[in-house]
Design a protein around this ligand. Structure first.
Ligand code: MSP
Length: 509
């Protein structure tokens, strides 16, 4: 089994915000889980550097587009590093090898007659540099209220409509191709109407920043045609036998994790492009929901209300932020984002639940047993806890395999809750005086749960869980087999209580 996941490649018009960090963190978490399960993984992210949006952002800064993207791409790379994103490759669409393959694909489609020339009539807004069709106009103006003029322009079109039936059949034959089901139904609704062909050119007189059409140098290609191909070019497609090994190995398992804002481009444009290029389709397109701001609108730069991932990281730490983003949303749904929500969730689940369990057990064990206490399974409640604990890895894996990381974390939270309840009942802090063996048994069990939980949470919080394992005296890297087994901690081994693992977070006043 291999696992290949991609994030959208982000427009480099500004620094990334929480929305961008979300997709990237979830992709990183899923990759780390699959790695933990012993699979071969490949994780791709990057930046979409051509097109009108980037050109306009460069103009606004008074820079040429190349200088602009070279500067801004570093903000993405730096922030991903700070968020402990461990990608295998970071693609930039301005990389020469990518541009070359995009041109090769355009030429191939042109030669096959899949791209044709036609004149395009539409309403053009000079200030927005956008084309509108007659029915998109509102009172003779653009939907944003800008003046428009009728333009007839020669352009190139990809025969997308030709693939409508083939695409419908693929979606019906492969129920997992577009997920969640609600999103699949949206795409099926879109495909219930006849597809049009796709305009894949922009005259350089309007927009020069892009990949030139190899068969007509006075045009650049539409930014989405260039951008979508990144998922294949980044792993070697079209670059000779040696580089294509990676493509051959991973392509059939490709999962495109995207926000629901870009569902049509990924579920209609991209598969039809692939069909025309005779490339097999990826395994899955998974559209997640949005983080909403306080007005319940999508958090986005144009709405103005965005939260910086680094600001959030300063308040709750990188592990806390990664945990919140993975845990709070059922992948596919929307949820509200606010600093207050992050802090209260983390205080409940990390500071109180996990953090307290860790400090109270380790402190008691150090004080009364000088480290890991002897283990036993005399009380039926201990055996019950053990069973719950060793079965958790399997439950986590099932959820990860169906793209439900928040429910996966829920299983670990349930285990920690059960352990806190178990400890409250067995109260080793009381029994330690009259029945030291009983106290040892419950403390040992709680420490084992902590060890297993640390392995199972390590893909979400790599640094903190590594620290937790170290404090429990485990130096080997997290390993799934160890999470399925009870009794790995050695009685008598040293433990480190230290400062609270998850101090209570507070918002700066
Ligand atoms: N460049 C295109 C994608 C091309 S992929 C071949 C693009 N870029 S973008 O910079 O606008 O990033 C969009 C992506 O950022 C969304 O699909 C989503 O993954 C993420 N998000 C941006 N805002 C978001 C929220 N408020 N909430 C969740 N994710 C959001 O579109």
């Amino acid at each position: 089994m291999s696992f290949y996941i991609t994030t959208p490649i982000y427009y480099v018009n500004d620094a990334p915000h929480i929305g961008h960090a979300y997709t990237t963190i979830v992709a990183d978490v899923l990759t780390r889980y699959h790695k933990l399960f012993g699979e071969e993984t490949y994780f791709l992210t990057g930046t979409d550097e051509h097109g009108q949006k980037v050109q306009s952002a460069a103009d606004a800064r008074g820079l040429d587009p190349q200088t602009h993207v070279d500067e801004l791409v570093e903000r993405f790379r730096d922030i991903w590093k700070e968020l402990e994103i461990d990608y295998d490759f970071f693609i930039r669409t301005t990389m020469p090898f990518h541009k070359q393959v995009v041109q090769d694909c355009l030429q191939k489609l042109y030669d096959k007659g899949e791209i044709y020339e036609d004149s395009y009539e539409g309403w053009y807004s000079v200030s927005e540099e956008m084309f509108y069709s007659e029915r998109e106009l509102v009172d003779g103006k653009s939907p944003q209220g800008k003046e428009v003029k009728k333009i007839t322009e020669k352009n190139y079109f990809f025969k997308m409509s030709k693939y409508q039936d083939q695409l419908l059949k693929h979606i019906e034959d492969n129920p997992q191709f577009i997920q969640p089901d609600t999103k699949k139904n949206e795409v099926l609704g879109f495909l219930a109407k006849p597809l049009t062909d796709l305009c894949i050119s922009r005259p350089k007189s309007r927009l020069a920043w892009g990949v030139e059409l190899p068969f007509d140098r006075s045009y650049v290609t539409y930014v989405w045609f260039d951008a979508l191909l990144n998922y294949a070019t980044a792993i070697g497609y079209g670059q000779g036998a040696e580089k294509e090994q990676l493509f051959n190995k991973f392509w059939k398992d490709a999962i495109h994790l995207i926000g629901k804002d870009i569902l049509t481009t990924h579920s209609v444009y991209w598969p039809t492009m692939l069909m025309a290029l005779e490339i097999p389709l990826p395994k899955q397109i998974f559209a997640h929901g949005w983080w909403l701001n306080e007005d319940d609108a999508k958090m986005s730069k144009s709405e103005g209300k965005v939260v910086s991932p680094l600001d959030m990281k300063d308040i709750v730490g990188v592990d806390g932020l990664r945990y919140f983003l993975t845990r709070e949303i059922y992948l596919g749904n929307d949820a509200k984002f606010s600093k207050e929500l992050v802090v209260s969730k983390l205080n409940a689940e990390l500071a109180n639940n996990l953090g307290n369990l860790m400090s109270r057990t380790v402190k008691l064990a150090c004080k009364n047993f000088d480290g890991v206490p002897p283990s036993s399974l005399k009380d039926a409640r201990t055996s019950g806890l053990m069973e719950l604990a060793v079965g958790t890895a399997k439950r986590v894996k099932q959820e990860i395999d169906t793209m439900s990381p928040n429910t996966a974390l829920g299983h670990v939270v349930d285990l920690l809750d059960a352990t806190n309840k178990y400890l409250d009942e067995l109260a080793p802090w009381k029994t330690v005086k009259e029945d030291k063996d009983a106290a040892a048994e419950s403390l040992y069990a709680a420490l084992e749960v902590l060890r297993i939980s640390a392995v199972l949470l390590s893909p979400v919080m790599p640094s903190k869980m590594n620290e937790l394992l170290e404090r429990l005296g485990i130096t080997a890297p997290a390993d799934i087999a160890a999470a399925e087994k009870w009794g790995i901690l050695e009685p008598g081994a040293a433990l480190v209580a230290g400062d609270p693992l998850f101090p209570r977070a507070e918002l700066p006043s």
